[in-house]
Design a protein around this ligand. Structure first.
Ligand SMILES: Cc1ncc(COP(=O)(O)O)c(C=O)c1O
Length: 414
């Protein structure tokens, strides 16, 4: 009897919450496979934000009227939801704009106070520019050094390199959890443990993991963790920095001004408690509420189910795509070691040409260096085409992608 794999989530039901899929693109079905860049948002997220704007719009904190109290409760309620989602305490969850801002906050506030001349910061070749540039700027300013862990042919980090570099000169490590180019899932828990034994702190860039799999900061024991709302069904302009309470307590504010203070005098001021010390100015209230609704949506599905769905879809896609003549697929082939991101090239076609032909079929994929230029250079290519999946993607869409790739191959006579 043919084995039927259990479907962890009801994709057809989920798709009904996303009106964007009801439309045609150039007369074709809307096939959205650029989820590593940004996800789509369900009605529940947009409705939660609309309710704030239409029913209880007001500023938050220190407000002594009904609307403001309601808005404050919703904003702080969203923080509690996010904290529970990653197993943190609410005061350890700082609302920022996105992953990039979260990493910059750590580089400016922790980095400028703790990194000294001659210190080393360890990164990996899998990092997104967001987890490279802030450390380059810090290293230049402080005359510190950057080291990079290389990858092997499968796109996995070379653990020999990691152990070789990881000594007491390394003060800090920036480590991506899941690569946005190769999909590689790094063994963060083991790496954090090893770094701590050598006295280094670790920031985990979780932009591609928190939206797609269960993440528990206590279990991981990372010192800082960053992610963006817009990649996990939430709105743009809201993201999260998690930090261990004792570290955040010690750190100076990153941005300063209103809302982050306790007392202000003409020549001195004191800071508010965590997490507000790091949330200067009027906050993105609607954004936080939208992110809270996104967390509710994902929690209702269950993050184990999200991961299982993406694993099944990625396996299905890899099996089909590997049969296309002339295709090169990058990253690990074992779906236990990778997320739902597939980077590929087709013969000597430029990745932009691949994306453009697929666009003509209504399929949205990404092409280029994916803000990870050192990694793409390491692969020895000008760029890659990248398909990335989420909860609403289907096997039918992958069949459609494969058919369009076969068509592209024929156009370019590969
Ligand atoms: C691994 C990784 N880190 C950081 C970022 C930056 O995210 P944002 O642009 O939301 O700050 C991205 C976005 O693609 C990413 O994939």
């Amino acid at each position: 009897m043919k084995e039927v794999s259990r479907k962890p989530i009801d994709v057809e039901k989920i798709r009904k919450d996303f009106p964007i899929f009801n439309q045609k693109i150039r007369g074709m079905p809307c096939v959205y496979l650029d989820n590593a860049a940004t996800s789509q948002r369900p009605n529940q997220v947009v409705d939660a934000m609309n309710d704030y704007y239409q029913i209880y719009n007001a500023t938050i904190h220190r407000v002594i009227y009904e609307l403001g109290e309601k808005a404050t409760d919703a904003y702080e309620g969203a923080r509690e939801k996010v904290a529970k989602f990653i197993n943190a305490k609410p005061e350890e969850v700082i609302f920022v704009r996105n992953t990039t801002e979260a990493i910059n906050l750590v580089a400016y506030s922790w980095g400028r106070a703790n990194i000294r001349e001659g210190d080393k910061i360890l990164l990996t070749l899998l990092e997104h520019h967001s987890n490279i540039i802030p450390w380059q700027l810090l290293a230049k300013e402080k005359k510190a050094h950057l080291e990079f862990i290389d990858i092997n042919d499968e796109g996995l980090l070379k653990m020999d390199d990691f152990e070789k570099f990881m000594n007491e000169e390394i003060k800090f490590m920036g480590l991506v959890h899941v690569s946005n180019v190769l999909g590689t899932i790094n063994p963060v828990k083991e790496m954090v443990n090893y770094a701590h034994k050598n006295g280094a702190l670790v920031l985990v860039d979780a932009a591609q993991s928190v939206p797609h799999m269960p993440v528990d900061v206590r279990e991981m024991d990372c010192d800082f963790l960053a992610f963006s709302g817009h990649k996990m069904l939430g709105p743009t302009g809201i993201g999260v920095l998690y930090g261990k309470r004792e570290l955040l307590e010690e750190m100076n504010p990153f941005l300063s001004g209103g809302d982050m203070i306790r007392e202000v005098h003409l020549r001195e001021a004191s800071w508010d408690e965590l997490p507000w010390k790091f949330e200067a100015g009027t906050s993105n209230v609607a954004g936080a509420i939208g992110l809270g609704a996104a967390v509710d949506y994902l929690s209702n599905i269950g993050m184990k189910n999200v991961r299982e769905h993406e694993k099944q879809l990625t396996k299905y896609a890899l099996d089909k795509m590997m049969k296309i003549k002339g295709i090169s697929i990058y990253g690990p082939k074992n779906v236990e070691l990778r997320g739902g991101v597939i980077s590929f090239n087709l013969g000597d076609m430029h990745p932009h040409d691949i994306a453009s032909i697929l666009d003509g079929e209504g399929i949205a994929i990404r092409a280029g260096h994916h803000c990870a230029q050192p990694l793409v250079e390491r692969l020895g290519v000008v760029g890659t085409a990248r398909a990335s999946f989420y909860i609403y993607n289907t096997e039918w869409e992958i069949d459609y992608l494969v058919k369009a790739l076969e068509k592209a191959r024929k156009v370019f006579k590969l």
